[in-house]
Design a protein around this ligand. Structure first.
Ligand code: SF4
Length: 332
């Protein structure tokens, strides 16, 4: 599989609101993140709310300007903000948003919504545009008479199908989907996952799926990266990371997603405390105040990368660090 998206050593902080005369403080939303998506691959970026995963998505889309690091799409830099990016970049990179209720303009018909990307592109005749949008509707399994209707005539799942059709209009190579299923019922989620899988195969699409839902990621993604307080702590195949997690935080996340039986509650009790503030993240390993395996060095040393025998990478002092591999990963 050829590389589609490369995110290298990305960093982003936001200024926090401050009181009069108090020094400005910063929330470190992304504290050095590197990841990649290949053509036809679905990669999940998971973690609790506030871990920085949506900021990664917004940096990739050019909605937020990173402080440092590089983002490459098919080898070309995406350094510019969204409005300065070329038309070709907009075509290749599309986004599906979390809320299908607010992401579609209620004053535009479905025909106008789906036509819009083609009108902006200005390459097709009216007849060609109509043919394309009918084909898009067919691809997302919506009837042709949907064109004359408005978003409020559709259910949440149908609206997300329309959002996906609009994202597909210009034949992108990569779709960034930020919690696209979290506003939908579980039964509808399963249908949208099936649809995204079908489209991924048909169009050889790469997906970067941002989600806090391990079940959704398990069903859709082949590879998973786990984020905690702005850093990726574990990355590998979805099966490895979600079925046999190695990083203590991934273990905690997995256990929190299990059915609430007695044994699961017992295991959860091992994870202590609240998620720390990104304004003052813990020193060393950010997870050390909650980690049942924390050692003295965890409070002072940021763990480097260890590549395990099954190929996954883990940032944790429990695993011997391969200095050469860690340096290579840190440099991208
Ligand atoms: Fe726990 Fe230490 Fe590993 Fe962090 S580095 S996850 S504190 S064992």
């Amino acid at each position: 599989m050829s590389l589609l998206l490369e995110v290298l050593n990305l960093r982003k902080s936001f200024a926090a609101s401050r009181t009069f005369l108090a020094p400005r403080r910063y929330v470190r939303a992304i504290d050095t993140v590197s990841l990649s998506v290949s053509r036809g691959e679905a990669v999940g970026l998971i973690g609790e709310s506030g871990c920085g995963k949506s900021t990664v998505a917004r940096c990739v889309m050019g909605l937020v300007r990173p402080d440092a690091g590089e983002i490459l799409l098919e080898g070309q830099s995406l350094a510019e903000a969204r409005r300065r990016r070329s038309a070709r970049t907009h075509e290749r990179l599309q986004m599906v948003f979390q809320d299908p209720y607010s992401s579609l303009n209620p004053r535009m018909s479905i025909e106008a919504i789906l036509m819009e990307p083609y009108r902006i592109q200005g390459k097709l005749s009216a007849r060609e545009m109509k043919e394309r949008i009918l084909r898009l509707l067919e691809e997302v399994s919506l009837p042709a008479d949907s064109l004359s209707k408005y978003p409020q005539h559709f259910s949440g799942g149908q609206r997300q199908r329309i959002s996906i059709a609009r994202a597909l209009a210009l034949q992108p190579s990569l779709i960034v989907a930020d919690e696209p299923l979290s506003a939908l019922d579980v039964s509808v989620q399963a249908q949208i996952i099936l649809l995204m899988k079908k489209l991924q195969l048909t169009h050889d699409l790469g997906f970067l799926l941002i989600s806090h839902d391990l079940g959704v990621v398990r069903n859709f993604c082949t590879r998973v990266a786990v984020m905690y307080l702005g850093r990726i702590v574990e990355e590998g195949s979805a099966r490895q990371v979600l079925d046999e997690p190695r990083h203590p935080y991934t273990v905690a996340l997995r256990e929190a997603s299990l059915p609430p039986d007695i044994s699961a509650r017992d295991r959860l009790n091992k994870i202590q405390g609240e998620i720390p503030s990104a304004l003052e993240p813990p020193t060393g390993c950010h997870f050390h105040p909650r980690c049942p395996h924390a050692m003295a060095r965890c409070k002072v040393e940021v763990p480097g990368w260890s590549v395990l025998t099954d190929g996954r990478r883990v940032a944790c002092h429990l695993y011997p660090q391969d200095a050469a591999v860690a340096a290579k990963i840190d440099q991208g």
